[in-house]
Design a protein around this ligand. Structure first.
Ligand SMILES: Cc1cc2nc3c(=O)[nH]c(=O)nc-3n(C[C@H](O)[C@H](O)[C@H](O)COP(=O)(O)OP(=O)(O)OC[C@H]3O[C@@H](n4cnc5c(N)ncnc54)[C@H](O)[C@@H]3O)c2cc1C
Ligand code: FES
Length: 258
């Protein structure tokens, strides 16, 4: 983990309220898929950095790419960052996703900005013997564009939108269970809003599916390095907490309360 001053190369809107930011790092870092960075928003008044999944990292050019949704003040300020600005960032953070040798058939279930950490998995394994089936849910067709624009590397891709303006009307979890018999996944990786992750957990339990399933949580964070406990969530069935920033953000779905 390093604290570096990154140069903004691009910061452009790619869908309503969604921006892609490219950051040139002063030195190379080792980034695993599903890891994140903690980025200063470039304003002295907002000292806390904001966490974003590292969607792509190119070792040769040392450019990291994140996509973010403008939510509150921090991301609003970040959306005004210009090429040439210097932003402090800490990376790589978190455990990230990993795949075992025997995980040949991989299902990716993503919702909203949760698609970004899953894209980093597709990028990391695109020249491997893994077969990916992606099930992505967005509010409307305008948002689905951002997934198609960024990646077409899945062996199978299905998209759902809340309003039915692109793909099926519904959500990613419905798509996934609708295709489960064809997918026959060895492992499921997921990231998205908590209600989506809850529906995934419930669906697996109802169907008695025991395929390993890992979810990346996007809790509100403070320090990002395990010191402040802002990001804690409960371990399932125990009076014990985990820190999403340090112990996660990726957990086995049964391990944490959603
Ligand atoms: C490991 C990790 C990876 C993430 N990756 C991405 C990503 O790739 N792209 C992306 O768009 N977002 C991502 N997020 C969420 C992102 O960090 C927050 O949306 C952002 O910090 C909000 O900052 P803000 O100052 O704009 O909002 P604030 O003013 O702090 O809050 C505005 C609103 O957003 C809510 N909010 C704040 N933090 C979070 C959060 N962590 N998750 C959900 N809601 C939140 C608040 O409750 C409030 O309603 C990630 C979060 C984590 C923990
Ligand atoms: S954000 Fe401080 S402990 Fe996780």
């Amino acid at each position: 983990m390093k604290e570096l001053l990154a140069e903004v190369l691009h910061n452009e809107q790619i869908a309503p309220g969604i921006f892609a930011i490219s950051l040139k790092l002063p030195e190379d870092v080792r980034v695993g898929c599903g890891q994140f960075l903690n980025l200063s928003v470039g304003d002295g008044g907002h000292l806390l950095r904001r966490p974003f999944a590292i969607m792509g990292y190119d070792k040769g050019s040392r450019v990291a790419v994140c996509c973010y949704q403008v939510k509150g003040e921090g991301t609003h300020i970040l959306s005004r960052a210009k090429a040439g600005d210097a932003l402090s960032c800490v990376l790589p953070l978190g455990n990230g996703f990993s795949l075992r040798e025997e995980d040949k058939r991989v299902a990716l279930v993503g919702g909203g900005v949760g698609v970004f950490p899953l894209l980093s998995v597709l990028r990391a394994f695109h020249e491997s013997d893994k077969h990916f089936r992606s099930y992505m849910g967005f509010r409307s067709g305008e948002y689905a564009d951002m997934f198609e624009r960024y990646d077409r590397r899945s062996d199978y891709y299905a998209c759902a939108t809340d309003d039915g303006s692109l793909g099926a009307k519904g959500n990613a979890v419905q798509l996934f269970f609708g295709d489960f018999e064809s997918a026959k996944p060895d492992v499921i990786l997921s990231c998205g809003p908590t209600p989506m992750l809850r529906a995934l957990k419930a669906g697996l339990a109802e169907r008695g599916v025991h395929v390993p399933c890992y979810v990346s949580l996007e809790e509100r964070m403070g320090c990002g390095i395990g010191a402040c406990l802002v990001c804690v969530c409960k371990k399932s069935g125990r009076e014990e907490n985990v820190r999403v920033c340090k112990d996660g953000p990726v957990f086995e779905i049964g391990e944490v309360e959603l």
